[in-house]
Design a protein around this ligand. Structure first.
Ligand code: HEM
Length: 182
């Protein structure tokens, strides 16, 4: 897909809750600095081997703290999906999220590609009926999952760099979600 033309289609985007606008596609893109990029690349190369563990923990804790996300995930599946199959789906999704983080980190020098990748992912999530307000839940969960693996090097700068990466990823995902009709 080429450039996605996103107008401010707020009335067509499930983007309001109790009269609060959850996301404005016209808001400025979050900033991810060169220093953030350097820290992320460094940390990611250390973490990659543990990618599987980190991803699974992220999802388990996300469902523990936000049961409604669990329900959203479940409703995408056929009603008769067994618990075992469901756990396998979750594990697979966790790995897919990690794969997306990997793709974004390797595309930090090619922002246009990163934007396109995330916007298209957002459009697909809209088609999976994921609510826009769930998207931002992933970043904090992810950060608290990687921290214990990196406690010996972790600084406030690391925390900020990861927050900024997820802000950027989620911004473009939500922008993609808002670019198609409900
Ligand atoms: C930063 C946030 C997220 C990322 C990077 C991400 C990434 C992905 C990826 C790569 C896929 C594989 C299919 C595809 O590429 O279209 C996927 C599928 C899916 N995601 Fe996410 N996701 C995120 C957040 C969420 C959240 C919060 C939910 C909450 C319910 C969710 C629900 C789903 C569902 C239902 C599918 C389809 C499941 C399947 O194919 O088995 N995702 N996601």
């Amino acid at each position: 897909m080429g450039n996605i033309h996103v107008k401010d289609r707020r009335r067509k985007c499930s983007n309001h809750q109790n009269n609060i606008t959850l996301f404005r596609p016209t808001d400025q893109e979050p900033i991810l600095s060169d220093t953030d990029g350097r820290l992320l690349t460094e940390v990611w190369s250390r973490l990659k081997d543990d990618i599987h563990k980190v991803g699974v923990i992220t999802f388990v804790s996300l469902f523990e703290t936000h049961p409604e996300v669990h329900d959203a995930f479940m409703s995408f599946r056929a009603i008769n999906t067994s618990e075992l199959e469901y756990n396998a789906i979750l594990r697979q999704h966790a790995l897919r999220v990690m794969g997306t983080v990997d793709k974004c980190i390797t595309r930090l020098d090619n922002r246009e590609k990163l934007r396109e990748l995330m916007a298209e992912l957002g459009i697909r999530h809209k088609n999976y009926s994921v609510k826009i307000e769930f998207i931002d839940l992933m970043g904090p969960q992810f950060i608290s999952s990687i921290k214990p693996h990196l406690h010996h090097i972790w600084t406030e700068e690391h925390e900020r760099a990861w927050e900024n990466l997820f802000r950027l990823m989620c911004y473009h995902m939500k922008k993609g979600m808002c670019s198609i009709q409900d």
